[in-house]
Design a protein around this ligand. Structure first.
Ligand SMILES: Nc1ncnc2c1ncn2[C@@H]1O[C@H](COP(=O)(O)OP(=O)(O)O)[C@@H](O)[C@H]1O
Ligand SMILES: [Mg+2]
Length: 330
């Protein structure tokens, strides 16, 4: 078995965590088929379409990172959370942002604690400098950030590593990430190379505010997470907003589906549909009317230009259309 750490220097130095002998997949088995994957997700109220379940199943099977791209609020982050919960794995989340660096993503030395240890050693008169420098660069003084934590063994099996909104990080970080994902290892000059005995389940998301480099995508299995169909969105609303009036839920979903076809600056995601459904339910609304729609648009749309487009007669027109289409479908 591969040791967790291959010390660069003497065997004294190193991270003293041995990989757990439990096979990464034995605690909670990975889904055995696409249907199994769908069931696993729906067990945690995540209603995926078959194409997403297929690529997820394959990513788990092949041990490849899953790259999920799509508009905000379509359920990308939630997949990683649901996977961790249903597989009984630890969820490790790395939220990306501009300027994210190795110190925040991988590890950093605890300088304050190192300084205190050095001062104490000086006060005690223990003058062995080599010994001291070895001691302060030991695991005790290492602050492990998400990428390093994800390489550590876990009794429940390898963790789920969520690298969220990679499009917000700089390209330099993307290149670094590529290296980590290639071998699931990182090198800490003072300590050695840390390698995962069981690679984590990796989910990378992007809201596509910029294109992510081909090299990173090539390492992953890719899936574009689109808006759900009306049927699936209705099922999501029923799963997440229990007790909502049947008519209201159908009107809400249909209204949002029609709204997404408008030329908006930011179309509402599933998150907004759920918020709107909860808000209306909270207000004891049983069916949509133009005034309620206008008054609650801020739950659905977050840009003033988009809201202004819908206020007044437009909302009423859309509502009439929604009603007519629902009646025709009955
Ligand atoms: N297919 C789905 N099944 C159940 N809930 C969903 C689904 N898609 C989105 N959601 C819900 O929508 C909300 C937003 O999802 P999130 O994962 O944060 O979106 P994203 O990361 O794509 O911006 C969450 O509350 C999530 O539970
Ligand atoms: Mg997200």
């Amino acid at each position: 078995m591969t040791p967790f750490l291959h010390p660069a220097g003497s065997p004294r130095r190193g991270l003293h965590c041995e990989p757990n002998p439990v096979n990464a997949t034995s605690a909670h088995p990975l889904p055995a088929s696409i249907d199994d994957t769908l069931k696993l997700l729906s067990g945690a109220d995540y209603l995926a379409d078959r194409s997403l379940a297929t690529v997820l199943f394959l990513a788990l099977r092949m041990g490849r990172p899953l790259f999920l791209e799509g508009e905000a609020g379509v359920g990308k982050t939630e997949i990683a959370k649901v996977l961790a919960a249903t597989l009984g794995r630890r969820l490790i989340r790395l939220q990306c942002y501009e300027g994210l660096d190795v110190a925040s993503a991988v590890y950093e030395w605890n300088y304050a604690a190192q300084m205190i240890a050095i001062r104490l050693a000086e006060a005690e008169g223990s003058g062995d400098r080599d010994r001291l420098s070895e001691d302060v660069f030991s695991e005790r003084f290492l602050i492990k950030r998400p990428l390093l934590q994800a390489l550590e063994p876990d009794t429940a099996g390898a963790p789920v590593l969520l690298i969220d909104e990679i499009d917000r990080a700089d390209e330099a970080f993307e290149a670094f990430l590529l290296e980590v994902l290639a071998d699931f290892q990182v090198t800490i000059p003072e300590l050695g190379t840390v390698r995962a005995a069981h690679p984590p389940v990796v989910v990378i998301t992007s809201n596509r505010t910029r294109e992510v480099h081909d090299a990173l995508k090539r390492r992953c299995l890719y899936h574009w997470v689109g808006y759900p169909s009306a049927e699936r969105e209705l099922a999501i609303v029923h799963a997440k907003v229990p007790g909502i009036a049947d008519r209201l839920s159908r009107e809400v979903v249909h209204f949002v589906q029609v709204l997404r076809k408008e030329d908006l600056f930011k179309a509402p995601g599933v998150a907004e549909t759920l918020d709107w459904a909860s808000a209306l339910s909270e207000l004891d609304v049983v069916a949509l009317d133009p005034a309620t729609v206008s008054d609650t648009l801020g739950v659905l749309l977050k840009y003033q230009d988009d809201i202004a487009r819908l206020e007044g007669t437009k909302a009423k027109e859309m509502l009439d259309q929604v009603r007519a289409e629902l009646r025709a479908a009955e």
